[in-house]
Design a binder for this molecule. Structure first.
Ligand code: NAP
Length: 417
């Protein structure tokens, strides 16, 4: 395919789908991988992560052919639009890609490009492994107790973009429908903005399946459905019910619900069985702090996942180190939890670890476990040696403060040695 502004590499081969049903990939030793640096500090961390991941690929006898793609500010410069079709197409065609953060204006302006990308490519599960690396400073006393993976539904809930602005004809019509036809009288008088929160059986069940499959494949003990179903009974409550339905109807003896566990086994889980339980979201936020080591895999609707994964990220050292990835059927887009932190843009200052470790997740998805381990170990060793960026330096006594690119170089040096 020829592109308008994207330069396709001369060499390399595409990652393709090996099995339509399972979504399994066929990954060549020299894959073409689209990379989107993103806005703000994305331009600082993008090239650094790229170098680190290239070094790990080379050290394990492989070669990544990077293909730079554009969205946000860089796309406005080149294409005069925020999310060019060829960017979406390139990511779609190559199946595995990595991106930095994209800025989203608050209140007005365009909708989130991140949300648009996730929805357009149907990347329905946002997965964030939240584990502590040795030496990383944390606000809690036992950060090593956290070793959790969050599965956040990525395509619906209040992120579906069905919102009506105050003062418009549309909001007046929706209000009229709600009040006159449906008989609700709980909206205050005067101007109102209205949003719709769809939670579907389809969206819920495929997300919960991903979480349970992950737990089974990775010897995890439990999957917790996190919801606010006590208040939002027909959306979040239904998420919980459909989640249990998947567990009970599709996994046989491999999965047991917490209720059955207590009713039939006095709380004692059989070996190699994943326990599915549920927690109300506000309680879950405090359980993260008070009973950290009891939680393994969490599955939740979009907004809960957004809040909860950032909070969990803080416990293991903050946004500078929190990786993530968006997964669909036979495709994934790696991306850190943090945003574009515009106040630090262009200063070669912020921590690139979150994007680098998102690359670890990408390597694991590609089946490059050796390269993934190499990167993770090199990042951990660099931090344990107290060679750190500003965010960790302010919390570590006697550390050496490095810029984004210097930190990346230390990681590369460790990979090469
Ligand atoms: P943010 O960019 O994540 O920054 C919030 C704070 O987190 C920073 O001030 C900094 O804290 C810390 N931080 C973020 N990235 C870091 C890094 N690489 N290394 C070390 N510390 C880091 O959140 P925001 O200011 O709320 O959002 C800015 C823009 O990003 C918004 O337009 C938002 O919509 C967008 N955003 C995009 C994504 C995405 O692309 N997926 C995700 C979230 C937000 P200190 O100043 O305390 O050091």
């Amino acid at each position: 395919m020829s592109y308008e502004h994207i330069e396709a590499p001369d060499g390399g081969a595409k990652i393709t789908l090996a099995d339509e049903e399972t979504g399994e990939l066929d990954v060549p030793e020299n894959p073409i991988i689209p990379i989107l640096y993103g806005d703000g500090t994305g331009e600082d961390v993008g090239p650094v992560a790229q170098d680190v991941l290239s070094a790990a690929a080379e050290a394990t006898g492989r070669d990544i052919e990077w293909m730079r793609v554009y969205a946000g500010e860089t796309a406005r410069e080149k294409y005069d639009e925020n999310l060019p079709d060829e960017t979406v197409q390139a990511i779609r065609d190559h199946r595995v890609a990595i991106k930095g953060p994209l800025t989203t204006p608050v209140g007005a302006g365009f909708r989130s490009l991140n949300v648009a990308l996730r929805q357009t490519l149907d990347l329905y599960a946002n997965v964030r492994p939240t584990y502590h690396l040795e030496g990383v400073p944390s606000p809690v006393s036992k950060p090593e107790e956290m070793d959790m993976v969050t599965f956040r539904e990525n395509t619906e809930d209040v992120y579906s973009g069905i919102e009506f602005e105050e003062g418009t004809d549309e909001v007046a019509r929706v209000r009229e429908f709600i009040e006159d036809e449906m008989g609700y009288d709980s909206i205050h008088e005067g101007p109102v903005g209205i949003g719709i929160k769809p939670i579907t059986e389809f969206g819920t069940k495929r997300l919960v399946r991903e979480a349970i499959d992950y737990a089974l494949e990775n010897d995890r003990d439990s999957v917790t459905l996190v919801h606010k179903g006590n208040i939002m009974k027909f959306t979040e409550g239904q998420f919980r019910d459909w989640g249990y339905e998947v567990a009970e109807e599709e996994y046989g003896d491999e999965v047991i619900t917490e209720d059955t566990l207590w009713e039939e086994r006095d709380g004692e889980a059989p070996e190699d069985t994943v326990v599915v339980n549920d927690r109300i979201a506000d309680n879950m936020l405090q359980q993260l702090l008070t009973r950290t080591d009891e939680y393994d895999v969490l599955a939740m609707p979009n907004l809960n996942g957004d809040y909860l994964s950032d909070a969990a990220g803080a416990q293991i050292g903050g946004l500078g180190i929190a990786p993530g990835g968006n997964f669909g059927h036979g495709r994934m887009l790696a991306e850190p939890v943090h945003g574009s932190a515009p106040k630090y843009a262009g200063q070669d200052k912020v921590n690139p670890s979150a994007l680098i470790l998102s690359g670890v997740l990408m390597f694991e998805y590609m089946g490059w476990d050796d390269a993934a381990e190499l990167v993770r170990d090199a990042v951990e060793e660099t931090i344990a040696a107290k060679e750190v960026t500003y965010d960790f330096h302010r919390q570590i006594e006697g550390g050496e403060k490095l810029g984004t690119s210097e930190f990346g170089q230390r990681v590369v040096d460790r990979i090469q040695n």
